[in-house]
Design a protein around this ligand. Structure first.
Ligand SMILES: Cc1ncc(COP(=O)(O)O)c(C=O)c1O
Length: 354
């Protein structure tokens, strides 16, 4: 089979080693003669997976025992609701949100079901083409919520504001892609299906001391404290996505950790953005200073070249390059597992477009 260069925004490319070891585990897990899919989540073999999956996140993020690591179902979308349920005061609580895209707006929508939300910055009027920076967040808010990388628009927060309240961040599309001081956040969440593993599990990193302060009755599944007490085994966890996520993080750790991944991601992004800036056929949707390392989004300057460009990248074996339906154009998602060679093929195709 010819190599397919997978630029899909998620679910997306994962290391080949993860596919191979996952396949092996489905047939015969740990050599026990049983599939990973048919053993109890409370068996010793799976408990070891869950323990290590929680431990490796703390190691990679350099976080201490004041944080808990959870693997939950429901996607990042369920976190849009769990965050306000756990952090917004029952009596007159309010939260500050940064509106930087469709996913941030989704988080805002759910939070409004729970309590009061103030949007402290928004780039919606400019089709989310930049990250608002001119705002402050005071202690009158229960927490501040931001989205570190806007998967659809190709914008990324390069720095995070100092706020006078709890910091919550949706890192679904750039988790483990760059070195960040993770301890500046009180709660981080991410759907696994970009840099971390397959769809079906969501990572939550939460500082224990922030919980239990809202005066709110929280339904069981939505209650972080319950999941902490049960070590992510309140109900049957998504065993396969947890295992494949562990393999992905082990691969990252073995290959130099987040620092080395960041260096590779910077090199890939530079290769593509340099070509976009040099080539009069292409332009980005967003402000240069906010360009994402993960999801460069761009368009043709002359739409009449679309047919020729589309035919060229498809015949070069590139896949998943169409932009999100709400933006159009192209989006080259370049998560940790994408080799620079695939980006070079895209750049070669762009250079051949007359
Ligand atoms: C930044 C961001 N947040 C949230 C989501 C929603 O994630 P899920 O599909 O896991 O609910 C996505 C999905 O692409 C995303 O990119």
């Amino acid at each position: 089979m010819n190599k397919v260069h997978n630029f899909s925004a998620g679910p997306c490319i994962l290391p080949q080693e993860v596919f191979e070891k996952s396949a092996e585990a489905i047939l015969n897990f740990n050599g026990i003669g049983l599939s990973l899919l048919e053993i109890s989540h409370r068996s010793k073999d799976f408990l070891a997976v869950m323990d290590e999956a929680r431990a490796i996140v703390k190691r990679l993020m350099k976080l201490g025992d004041d944080y808990e690591i959870l693997y939950l179902g429901g996607g990042a979308s369920l976190q849009f609701l769990m965050v306000p349920f756990n952090l917004m005061k029952a009596d007159g609580g309010k939260a500050a949100y940064l509106d930087t895209g469709v996913w941030a707006a989704g988080a805002i929508k759910e939070a409004k079901i729970v309590g009061n939300v103030e949007i402290v910055g928004s780039s919606k009027a400019d089709n989310y083409s930049y990250i608002p920076k001119d705002y402050t967040v005071g202690s009158e808010y229960d927490y501040f919520h931001c989205t570190s990388n806007n998967t659809i628009y190709g914008t990324q927060m390069k720095t995070f504001p100092k706020v006078d309240t709890l910091m919550v961040c949706d890192m679904s599309s750039d988790i483990f892609s760059r070195e960040i001081d993770f301890s500046q956040f009180d709660l981080i969440y991410a759907g696994a299906q970009k840099n971390m593993g397959p769809a079906g599990v969501t990572l939550v990193v939460v500082k224990k001391s922030i919980l239990g302060k809202t005066g709110r009755t929280i339904p069981s599944y939505l209650n972080y404290q319950l999941h902490i007490d049960k070590e992510s085994m309140f109900n049957t966890p998504p065993v396969f996505p947890v295992y494949a996520s562990l393999l992905t993080l082990q691969h990252l750790e073995k290959n130099g950790g987040i620092a080395a991944a960041e260096a590779r991601n910077i090199a890939k992004a530079k290769l593509l953005y340099d070509e976009i800036d040099r080539n009069p056929n292409f332009e980005t949707f967003c402000k240069a200073e906010d360009r994402s390392l993960m999801n460069p989004s761009f368009k043709l300057t002359d739409e009449s070249k679309k047919e020729a460009f589309d035919a060229a990248w498809k015949s070069a074996g590139l896949s998943g390059l169409n932009g999100h339906r709400s933006l159009g154009g192209y989006r080259a998602s370049m998560y940790n597992a994408m080799p620079i060679e695939s980006v070079q093929i895209l750049v070669d195709v762009m250079q051949r477009l007359s």
